[in-house]
Design a protein around this ligand. Structure first.
Ligand code: NAP
Length: 330
């Protein structure tokens, strides 16, 4: 697995990481044994970046990772957690005192003295633009609570505001064949500033697996049932904000352009990882089979996959089916 520098932290992370929202909640049930097996399978395949959050299963995802890391000393894994969504996302809640309480809880869940990387979890724009936010985050680094910090954001404008700050290690943003806007400015700006980019929702919540049909249904406690129109949180986090039926058509168009033996999720992850400015894609996985095939996608680029040809199809499909609805929103 190719490893890339995590900005100037001195750490390296795998180009395919693991998103662990699924190991918390909101995606239907994943048992503790299955969750631990997903972590183990990923680590075995060279994944060295786990993305989690204090709010995923209200700490379940962090705690499972903490137990896995304790049982596997010398693992070399960087854990990127997030904070700030266990309270309402009002600017008044982003105080130094809350930052300390939130990071203390995550340190406990993960069983570490110093968090590798903490990301503000899609805070309001006002918080992203406030000098006080960065002063409070710098203080956490200064006293060893966190080794580094970054921001998970919804929009390209928010990403650019975060990238402009000198001590930001990473931005996390939705980037996939159904969400091309980060190619315009965010990836070039991040690369120029030496800020790492984590591409989240890389498979458009599974639409880019190519396995769904018009009759596919999701469990009631799965956000793909209850957040299709942004009822619970930003609509863009579910299927990348793409209408389900349009997404099926777009995924079909992409899949039929692939050579035999190359799956759509693997091609998608390899394409994301090949874009200049991207540090890592962080697909979520609910099973060992998904985790394994996602990690193995990194090898596609070494096996002669024609990423330039796929790139042309990705841009055509986006322009034809998605740009008008998606580009102005995020
Ligand atoms: N605001 C934020 O900061 C934020 C928001 C969203 C996500 N994230 C992070 O980003 C990570 C990734 O995003 P995501 O999990 O929302 O979406 P995603 O990675 O685009 O999609 C994950 C889903 O894709 C399907 N899948 C994954 N690998 C597959 C494979 N090899 N073959 C077939 N299907 C496959 C699974 O669907 P099924 O369940 O149907 O099998 C899985 O649940 C999260 O886990 C989380 O760590 C952060």
């Amino acid at each position: 697995m190719q490893q890339r520098a995590l900005a100037d932290t001195g750490r390296e992370v795998s180009v395919i990481g693991l998103g662990t929202w699924q190991l918390g909640a909101d995606w239907g049930a994943v048992s503790e044994d299955d969750a631990t097996a997903v972590l183990a399978a990923s680590a075995d395949r060279g994944v060295t970046l786990f993305d989690t959050a204090d709010v995923y299963g209200d700490g379940r995802s962090e705690s499972l990772i903490g137990r896995f890391l304790a049982a596997n000393p010398g693992h070399g894994i960087t854990v990127a957690t997030k904070m700030g969504r266990r309270m309402p996302q009002t600017p008044q809640n982003y105080t130094p005192e809350n930052f300390r309480a939130w990071t203390d809880r995550s340190r406990g869940n993960l069983g570490v003295d110093t968090l590798d990387l903490v990301q503000l979890h899609c805070p309001p724009t006002e918080v992203i633009e406030d000098d006080a936010t960065y002063a409070a985050l710098d203080a956490l680094v200064a006293d060893g609570t966190v080794a580094a910090y970054g921001l998970s954001v919804e929009t390209c404008a928010q990403a650019l505001a975060a990238i402009a700050r000198p001590n930001v290690t990473n931005v996390q943003i939705i980037f996939n064949p159904f969400r091309l806007k980060p190619l315009d400015e965010v990836l070039p700006a991040a690369e120029a500033a030496g800020v790492a980019v984590f591409a989240r929702v890389p498979l458009a919540s599974g639409l880019l697996s190519g396995k769904y049909t018009s009759s596919t249904t999701f469990a009631p406690d799965d956000h793909r049932s209850y957040n299709r129109h942004g009822e619970a949180f930003d609509r863009g986090e579910t299927f990348s904000g793409v209408d389900f039926e349009v997404g099926l058509t777009a995924a079909h168009r992409l899949a039929e352009a692939l050579p035999d033996g190359v799956s759509l999720p693997a091609a998608t992850l390899a394409w994301i990882a090949s874009q200049p400015g991207v540090t890592a894609a962080i697909p979520g996985a609910r099973s060992v089979a998904q985790a394994t095939s996602n990690a193995d996608a990194a090898t596609l680029l070494d096996r002669g996959f024609d990423v330039i040809a796929f790139d042309a199809v990705v841009r055509d499909v986006y322009d034809e089916l998605l740009r008008e609805a998606i580009h102005p929103l995020w």
